[in-house]
Ligand binder design. Sequence first.
Ligand code: PXP
Length: 241
Amino acid sequence: MAVLNVNIDHVATIRQARLADEPDPVWAAVECELAGANGITVHLRQDRRHINDRDVRVLKETVACKFNLEMSMAEPIVKIAEQIRPDQVTLVPENRAELTTEGGLDCVRHQQRLAQVVKRMHKKGILVSAFIVPASEQIVASAEAGCDAVELHTGMYANARTQKAVARRLAELVAGRDIGLERKLVVHAGHGLTYRNIDPVAAVEGLCEFNIGHSIVARAVLVGMRPATREMIELIGKHHA
Ligand code: PXP
């Protein structure tokens, strides 16, 4: 069964626009949870542009569903994860100039560091997911490094503009799922997913966790966090009774 993790980074983005103390991402997490979300995801970036250390600490104490910490493999952040002990970390590449995560983690190039981080997370009882493009060498490298899961990057699917391009990107996700499952990985998906484009991805069997942020927070500004989360859960749930 596929489930929804709501990425609430952009609630903190609104707060940081005024360097104020509202809206509080912790309140947003409670609303998501009351709507039935499976998990809460936040990205503690090295530049702390939205989510900060206090948010991660309080969320860990507050969130009753899955707490997924998205993060780079930079040493100070890895140390924070060891202290906080979220249920899961999702490892991503991080570049200071980017508006959001661009591309997947290069698990082939960084396999040694990845294996070290996986070992340290496992020692603390934390599951590890690697955010990667759906390419076989990346999936194999993630499995070899000991990851529990991969999150297949759906950004290229989301940006596809023709029917042919959409079909090609979906086929890549399906092939990635197959390789991931063969390698005994749990397969997640995320990035760029919206109320309009979720349906074909939600229909792919075997994808078991979707990480969705911007689209839900954007709708929540107009209708509220709880209804926005509920609507997305309904769209995903159509394919996963
Ligand atoms: N998954 C990962 C690894 C991400 O970096 C992000 C963006 O923070 C998301 C999912 C959510 O993407 P979006 O905000 O486009 O839904």
